[in-house]
Write a new protein. Structure first.
Length: 252
C-alpha cells in the first residue's frame, strides 16, 4: 500500500529523547509544581513571575537541545510527498530544526519562543536570546504585560491553524495518519486522527504506552519514537519510491 497524503500528529513524547520533559511524565514537575496547573491563564494572573520563570527555563532547555532521530525521520518523510502536514502539540522548535519546512508544520499549541502582548497584537520572536532576561516583559506598544505565545488550558485554539488542518483533511481523508508521542487527551487530536484517516486510510500509533487512540489504530508500536520512526519511515519511503517508479513506467 502506498501513502501519498500523510498527516503526522506529535506530542511531547517525540521530544522526550531530546531531553525535553513530557507534561504527564515523571520529569514534568517543575519546582514541585504540576505543569498542568502552571500552563493556565489563572496561574499567570496569580503569579506571572513564577510562570515566566518556568517558561524561561524551558526556553533555555530547548535552545540547548537537539532534534532526535524521530524529528529527523518525520522531516525525511515529508520530503518524499508533496501532500504532507505535521500537527504538533509541541511548542518547541525541534521539528523545524530537524529540517521540516515551516509551511508543513502547524504548532497547534503555539510557539514557546514567541512573546506576545496580553492586550494588543504586538509579538516578537525570542529564539536567540531573551529580550528581557528577568522581570516581567512589558509591551513596547501599549505597556501591558507580555505573555508566552502558547495556548494554555481553557484557551481557544488559533482559528487560522484549525483551518489549515481542516483544509488538509479533504473529504476522502489521508492515506496515512501517524500519531506519535502523545497521550491524545484532547478531543480535537482524536478527531483529526480519526477523520484524517477517513474510511480507507491507515492509522499508526507510536507510543510506549497505550492511549485512547490505540483501539482505533491499524498498528501500534510500543517503543520510543526515536527507535520506531526512522525504521518506519525507511519502509514508507521505499514504498513511495517504488510507487513513483511504477506510475512512471510505460508498462504499467
Ligand atoms: P504528555 O506528557 O501528556 O504525553 C506524552 C506521551 O508521550 C505519553 O503518552 C508517553 O507515553 C509518550 N512518550 C514518552 N516518551 C516517549 C518516546 N520516547 N517516544 C514516544 N512516545 C513517548 O504530552 P502530550 O500528549 O503532548 O498542552 O500533551 C498534550 C498537551 O497537554 C500538551 O501540548 C500540553 C499539555 O498539557 C497545553 O499546554 C495546552
Amino acid at each position: 500500500m502506498t501513502h501519498r497524503r500523510i498527516l503526522v500528529i506529535t506530542g511531547a513524547g517525540v521530544s522526550a529523547e531530546s531531553g525535553i520533559p513530557t507534561f504527564r511524565g515523571k520529569d514534568g514537575y517543575w519546582r514541585n509544581l504540576d505543569p498542568m496547573k502552571l500552563a493556565t491563564p489563572g496561574a499567570f494572573a496569580r503569579d506571572p513571575s513564577l510562570v515566566w520563570d518556568w517558561y524561561r527555563e524551558r526556553r533555555q532547555r530547548i535552545r540547548n537541545a537537539q532534534p532526535n532521530p524521530a524529528h529527523r525521520a518525520i522531516a525525511k518523510l515529508a520530503g518524499q510527498t508533496s501532500e504532507f502536514l505535521l500537527v504538533t502539540q509541541n511548542v518547541d522548535d525541534l521539528h523545524l530544526r530537524a529540517g521540516l519546512p515551516r509551511e508543513k508544520i502547524v504548532q497547534i499549541h503555539g510557539d514557546i519562543f514567541i512573546t506576545r502582548c496580553s492586550r494588543c497584537d504586538f509579538k516578537r520572536h525570542e529564539h536567540e536570546h531573551e529580550h528581557d532576561d528577568d522581570g516581567l516583559p512589558k509591551c513596547p506598544e501599549c505597556g501591558a504585560l507580555m505573555r508566552p505565545g502558547v495556548v494554555w488550558f481553557g484557551e481557544e485554539l488559533d482559528a487560522a491553524k484549525i483551518e489549515t488542518v481542516e483544509n488538509f483533511m479533504t473529504d476522502s481523508g489521508c492515506d496515512l495518519v501517524i500519531v506519535a508521542g502523545t497521550t491524545a487527551l484532547f478531543g480535537y487530536i482524536i478527531d483529526w486522527a480519526l477523520r484524517g484517516r477517513g474510511q480507507t486510510g491507515q492509522l499508526i500509533e507510536v507510543n510506549p504506552e497505550e492511549t485512547s487512540l490505540s483501539q482505533f489504530a491499524n498498528k501500534s508500536f510500543r517503543e520510543p519514537a526515536g527507535i520506531v520512526l526512522p525504521r518506519l519511515v525507511n519502509e514508507l519511503v521505499a514504498d513511495l519510491v517504488s510507487d513513483r517508479l511504477r506510475r512512471a513506467s510505460p508498462y504499467r
